[in-house]
Design a protein around this ligand. Structure first.
Ligand SMILES: Nc1ncnc2c1ncn2[C@@H]1O[C@H](COP(=O)(O)OP(=O)(O)OP(=O)(O)O)[C@@H](O)[C@H]1O
Ligand SMILES: [Mg+2]
Length: 322
């Protein structure tokens, strides 16, 4: 008996120590976890290739996924969110195999889909409470605290008893972020979250998001170039299922530095200029087009060097000029 105890205690001590060490290691892993996407491919049954050999490495912080309609942004995000399968490739979140260990991923995931579907005639507080219960928060008091904390975080406290179906677009998206944050996710995926929001709501939404991005991986898809420029340190440009650029926003701008030229022209001249120069963008300023042209050296005819922006990079990449 005595000898049994003698043997047992040290063993338990060791086990405890080992458990603690692995817990510390787990915590460290959570904080330094990267998302590593390698050679991801997806073809839909109608033949469309939505993901064409996509490889990306995404670290903690706000990551912008930029691409025109149909680029494959949603396809990529749904794959990362374990909602659809890829044909081939691999995705690792830290040491978790995202394509296989779906349950593990879901515990660490917050996802705000592009289309949320039907908004129920339930109050915000009740719906959030229900969703928290589904996510495993079984203790009623803890759940109540969590729900109140989340409602405060997204500034919906004063509307918490209103039905979500009566919310404005901006309120819905803020509610969407609240539900996305249940369970303290390490990977947050938001798919075109600001479509249709007015500038004030868009700012509110982005402030919440960038606060989250201080601690975890946040992937934001959009076709609004300015959003990525303002918010994201790192980004990717996608088109037709392919990654055309991946890296920091600064290095994206550097790729076209000194090669973007601008000129204000008359509307009637636009067609002619488009046929003679590599026009990467044109926007109306005071009713007349301000065109941006891409060229190694200054095109003559009164073009001046423009301050390059991400929109220029975006179009230069899409038109395969760089
Ligand atoms: N379920 C599906 N079945 C067949 N084709 C699909 C399906 N979902 C998407 N596609 C096609 O795959 C391509 C990529 O679509 P996806 O929705 O991923 O693009 P996106 O970048 O999110 O576009 P958007 O900016 O319009 O949301 C498109 O050509 C689209 O038509
Ligand atoms: Mg989409």
């Amino acid at each position: 008996m005595l000898s049994h105890h003698k043997n047992k205690f040290p063993v338990e001590g060791v086990t405890l120590l080992a458990t603690y060490a692995s817990y510390e290691r787990f915590k460290l892993q959570l904080n330094t976890m990267n998302l590593e996407i390698k050679n991801l491919n997806k073809q839909y049954s109608n033949g469309v290739i939505a993901l064409n050999d996509v490889s990306l490495r995404i670290e903690k912080g706000m990551f912008g996924l930029l691409g025109p309609n149909g680029a494959g942004k949603t396809s990529l995000m749904r794959t990362l969110a374990t909602l659809q399968d890829a044909d081939s490739g691999s995705v690792m979140l830290g040491e978790i195999d995202v394509l296989k260990q779906k349950e593990e991923v879901r515990k660490l995931l917050g996802y705000l889909p592009q289309e949320f579907g039907v908004y129920p005639r339930t109050s915000a507080v009740d719906l959030l409470n229900h969703l928290a219960l589904l996510k495993g928060f079984v203790n009623k008091d803890e759940r109540k605290d969590l729900v109140n904390h989340l409602l405060a975080k997204v500034n919906l406290e004063e509307h918490k008893n209103k039905s979500v179906s009566t919310f404005s677009g901006g309120m819905r998206q803020r509610f969407g972020i609240a539900q996305c944050l249940i369970g303290n996710p390490r990977l947050v995926i938001v798919d075109e979250p600001t479509a249709g929001l007015d500038p004030g709501e868009r700012n509110r939404f982005y402030n919440i998001l960038s606060e989250i991005g201080e601690n975890v991986i946040v992937i934001l898809s959009t076709h609004i170039v300015q959003d990525v420029q303002e918010l994201c340190t790192n980004m990717a440009i996608m088109d037709k299922g392919r990654v055309l650029f991946a890296g920091s926003t600064t290095s994206a701008l550097n790729e076209i530095k000194g090669k973007v030229w601008e000129k204000k022209i008359a509307k009637s001249e636009l067609h002619d200029y488009q046929s003679r120069f590599k026009i990467i963008s044109n926007k109306l300023v005071g009713g007349n087009p301000l065109i941006h042209s891409f060229a190694e050296t200054a095109p003559d005819e009164g073009f001046t060097l423009a301050e390059e922006n991400l929109e220029d990079v975006f179009f230069a990449k899409i038109h395969e000029l760089v």
